[in-house]
Design a protein around this ligand. Sequence first.
Ligand SMILES: Nc1ncnc2c1ncn2[C@@H]1O[C@H](COP(=O)(O)OP(=O)(O)OP(=O)(O)O)[C@@H](O)[C@H]1O
Length: 330
Amino acid sequence: MIHARGLARTFRKKKQEVHAVAGVDLDVEAGEIVGFLGPNGAGKTTTLRMLTTLLVPTSGTATVAGCDLISDPVGVRRRIGYVSQNGSTAPEARAGEEVVDHARLYGISTAQATTRGKQLFRDLDLDGLWERQPKTMSGGQRRRLDIALGLVHVPGLVFLDEPTTGLDPQARANLWQHIRGLREERGTTVFLTTHYLDEADALCDRILVIDAGSIVASGTPDELKSDVGGDVLTVTVERAEQAGQVAALMAALPGAEAPQVTDTRVVGRAPHGGAALVALVRELDAAGVAVAGIESRRPSLDDVFLGLTGRSLREESAPARRAEQLETAR
Ligand SMILES: Nc1ncnc2c1ncn2[C@@H]1O[C@H](COP(=O)(O)OP(=O)(O)OP(=O)(O)O)[C@@H](O)[C@H]1O
């Protein structure tokens, strides 16, 4: 459904070049739900905008929904749906009218567009909202209306840019359900961007992780997590000066990897987390270390990112990281 090779986009900003996407290869098969995961500024939206023909790549090639991105952008546009980060419904318009008008842009008759639109309203839990103005809807309803707009011309492939950002947990879970329904009931291929790890984990068949414009990992959530190797051990000490001692004890556990120390927190990995934890508790006790908290858990997607880049996806934001890089470069 999507095959891209060396897709890149450079922006010029104040005489400086920003390599927003630095040569991405990706393949998405028909019927997959693929998540494009990465921190702020990693290049997710830029990639999506290239694949949906909204931005011309600086270099690279791609076929999207069977059409060449560069030589046949109109063909691509006709076959895909795109739901942008901000949505595209006018706040004052009537929801149903918006959906019908959008379908008519694709050459669909008003009667057919109304039938399709009403079916989508039923599928997406928007029953009774046909005459409503988007500005009077809840955030979840507006997001589902955006999705109805992206689907009314029945595309085989839909791109969703951060579909659940700004929604409460219940509305997010509800939208996941609807996205799964698209694939199950219509066989729609879904390519979505997110920076929520739980979203990628719960919803996607496969995940591509992008960082600083390059893809750094790809696989099913389970494959990525098992690549991390071992369970994650975290010890929080009461006094930061004892953290080094904890790191040394953790590193000495059988099969352990070098732990990372951040202030009072020591995070490492070791096989058989339960047994490792018991051994570590004994050693810490014997060494007289004052422990505020200790745990062992299965690796998460955040650990995948941490293992790949040395940073946490959850805590990092690209502007902060770039400022830090500039600082280091000075
Ligand atoms: N039009 C533009 N002009 C200059 N730089 C841009 C432009 N669009 C994006 N960038 C830069 O390219 C990089 C990638 O941006 P992009 O929006 O693709 O990231 P993202 O992963 O989608 O981030 P977010 O999660 O915040 O939406 C960032 O450094 C951004 O500042």
